[in-house]
Ligand binder design. Structure first.
Ligand code: DGP
Length: 109
């Protein structure tokens, strides 16, 4: 499958991960919209929010637990931060991912 995030996850495109578990990876957005702009990306190819199924509960819990850990690691809790999941025409990479934006941001992703 010609999916840029799958290529990053399987090592075809080399990328250092800020965090990796059995089910997800975290790496910086190539075009940051904020002081901190990380992508939280499930390893399994899920196209987008409309493809989240009834078995996705554990994955979504892990995504938000990871967000909480990243917020701690980057001392964001007293700062501005936001988690964004784009869908429809607002989504440009068709592999489910969550944006963690922290600090000052330049524009909405
Ligand atoms: P979205 O519009 O929600 O699909 O956001 C896709 C984001 O992915 C966008 O902010 C740019 C980022 N992105 C696209 N290609 C790459 C890449 O090859 N590497 C990294 N690190 N980020 C990418």
């Amino acid at each position: 499958m010609d999916c840029i995030f799958c290529k990053i996850i399987n090592g075809e495109i080399p990328k250092e991960f800020d965090y990796e578990s059995d089910s997800l990876v975290v790496f910086p957005d190539i075009n940051p919209s904020a002081d901190l702009h990380l992508l939280i990306v499930p390893k399994k190819h899920i196209g987008g929010i409309r493809d989240i199924g009834e078995n996705s509960g554990n994955l979504l819990a892990e995504v938000y637990q990871t967000v909480n850990q990243l917020v701690k690691d980057h001392n964001l809790s007293d700062n501005l931060y936001r988690v964004v999941l784009n869908g429809g025409k607002a989504q440009h990479v068709p592999h489910l991912h969550f944006h963690l934006l922290g600090g000052n941001w330049k524009r909405m992703v």
